[in-house]
Design a protein around this ligand. Structure first.
Ligand SMILES: [Zn+2]
Ligand SMILES: [Zn+2]
Ligand SMILES: [Zn+2]
Length: 137
């Protein structure tokens, strides 16, 4: 699910940047055809923009996003806490019998918390290109 949302955002970003490029370069051309044209070009060559050359950011491969290093892209972090029911022993003593604690595994409870670095997205803005996907040189 998270990857799908990311791809949707990426497509939106590409379309918006193509519309922007279209508006400053070519007028009165069928926008659909022109967008396809621009996609072809952006994959094969760098675009000159305002005298600066756009180079695809190699750090994020032009996506503007890099995988969150804190959660490895999962968006959540597994935390291990001591089980309160058995005091971290993993055993329950009851009526002279010892049973395994049903609340935990070996006295530890693992719970997942949302990664605070990426807010659960699993991806963060590329620091090299500041999320642009391209570097202006
Ligand atoms: Zn994260
Ligand atoms: Zn326990
Ligand atoms: Zn980048």
């Amino acid at each position: 699910m998270k990857i799908k949302i990311y791809i949707l955002l990426l497509i939106l970003f590409v379309i918006l940047s193509l519309i922007y490029l279209n508006s400053i370069s070519v007028d009165q051309v069928d926008p659909v055809i022109n967008i396809n044209d621009n996609v072809m070009h952006s994959k094969t060559q760098n675009n000159a923009l305002n005298g600066k050359v756009e180079t695809k950011c190699s750090e994020c491969n032009g996506t503007g996003m890099v995988k969150c290093t804190a959660c490895e892209g999962y968006g959540e972090i597994t935390e291990s806490v001591t089980c309160e029911k058995c005091g971290g022993t993993g055993k329950i003593y009851k009526d002279g019998n010892i049973t395994n604690c049903t609340e935990c595994k070996d006295g530890k409870i693992t719970k997942k918390v949302i990664c605070s670095v990426c807010n659960g997205n699993g991806w963060v803005k590329c620091p090299t290109c500041n999320g642009e996907g391209v570097i202006y040189q």
